[in-house]
Design a protein around this ligand. Structure first.
Ligand code: AMP
Ligand code: MG
Length: 359
């Protein structure tokens, strides 16, 4: 096995496993959960692995009977992530997505089941959010990426040209032939707001298919949680307040078989003339979101959590809360900094201890 295929085994036990979200707001962390009767699961050990995947450090934590089984399963999950990156990445020149963006406007283009599924879900979330989520945002994202590198705002004429080819309505999916047709030349797809959540789901599913159900997969701001660790009632996820000056203790969720996604300005942004521009774009204007903000979504699966966290970031707070409340098993925490300081908003379904702490 080459070193990129062989996951690093971090030796258990761990005192505190931090979800890699230090730069994100609010702070989301993992802690050991309260215990159940121990004897039932005797012999199960905790293993943790990490490797760079999907443009971030992917982390897998799982419980298995022995190290050999744990390492083989984790290696297969990392291989699955690598295969998905080759399909879904818009950074790779030879990914299936890049080839589709290049060739999909001339004729319907046959794609893999994975790419078709993610595009199908993407169009669903675009319709649901009235276009706040839009994977045809690629040409505009590219200009903002260059702007971050150059440290100056994108040229407004170039931005207007890029925005002219954005529109999820111009993606035509044919489920019978599993093809994708892009109706406008120059369109460019970007799955950055949904691919990690989907990949986390897929890695968790792969572990399940190998008999490992107590596992978690963390990919940047995405966290997919399987069955509770042995002897535990769930995974403990700690959500801290965005506002460091608040004295309130962070709230703790004990959850399993759900996904969490945090989307915000914490990871990649452009700071210019005292203004902070996020890597999330409002497709209606082509502008990067401004100001300090983050959205955390809890959903039954990572694909949904990822897409909705981005969509809700773009929407006005009330519309975002309404969107979360319209979906079964979905809840959201929105944090925004206004002239009146940090403000927290939670949807009705957001777990009670956190609603009380943050409101
Ligand atoms: P996330 O961190 O999940 O919110 O995803 C942000 C990434 O998704 C950005 O870096 C862009 O590549 C892409 N993106 C930005 N704005 C949007 C949007 N409104 N809809 C869909 N994808 C977006
Ligand atoms: Mg997202």
């Amino acid at each position: 096995m080459s070193s990129t295929r062989n996951p690093t085994l971090l030796h258990p036990p761990f005192s505190r496993a931090l979800f890699p979200a230090a730069a994100l707001l609010p702070l989301v962390a993992l802690l050991p959960a309260p215990g159940l009767a121990k004897a039932e699961h005797e012999g199960f050990e905790r293993f943790e692995f990490s490797l760079p995947r999907m443009g971030t450090m992917a982390r897998i934590e799982l419980y298995a009977a022995d190290r050999a089984r744990a390492t083989t399963a984790a290696a297969a999950a990392f291989d699955r992530l690598e295969a998905l990156e080759q399909i879904l990445s818009d950074y790779r020149e030879d990914s299936e997505l890049t080839i589709l963006s290049r060739e999909g406007a001339s004729a319907p283009h046959a794609v893999s089941p994975e790419l078709f599924f993610v595009l199908d879900r993407s169009l669903y979330f675009s319709r649901l959010s009235g276009g706040a989520f839009d994977v045809t945002i690629g040409p505009v994202v590219q200009l903002w990426r260059e702007a971050r590198r150059a440290g100056k705002l994108p040229d407004s004429a170039a931005l207007a040209r890029a925005k002219a080819v954005v529109g999820y309505q111009n993606v035509v999916l044919d489920p019978t032939n599993r093809t994708v047709f892009l109706k406008r030349a120059g369109m460019k797809l970007d799955l950055g707001a949904i691919a990690k959540g989907y990949a986390a789901d897929q890695a968790l599913e792969l572990l399940r298919s190998r008999g490992i159900s107590s596992a978690l997969v963390a990919l940047g701001g995405e966290l997919a949680l399987g069955a509770p660790p042995p002897d535990k009632t769930g995974w403990r996820v700690v959500i801290g307040s965005a506002d460091a000056s608040r004295s309130a203790a962070p709230c703790t969720l004990v959850v399993h078989n759900v996904a969490l996604s945090t989307s915000g300005d914490g990871e990649q942004f452009l700071d210019l003339n005292g203004k902070r521009y996020s890597h999330v774009i409002n497709p209606a204007s082509g502008a990067a979101l401004q100001g300090r903000a983050s959205t955390t979504v809890i959903a039954p699966d990572g694909t949904t959590a990822d897409a909705l966290a981005t969509a809700i970031s773009v929407l006005p707070v009330r519309d975002g809360i309404r969107l979360a409340e319209s979906q079964r098993g979905v809840s959201a925490l929105i944090v925004r900094k206004t002239e009146r300081g940090w403000q927290h908003f939670t949807s009705r379904g957001f777990p009670r201890p956190c609603r009380e702490m943050l409101n």
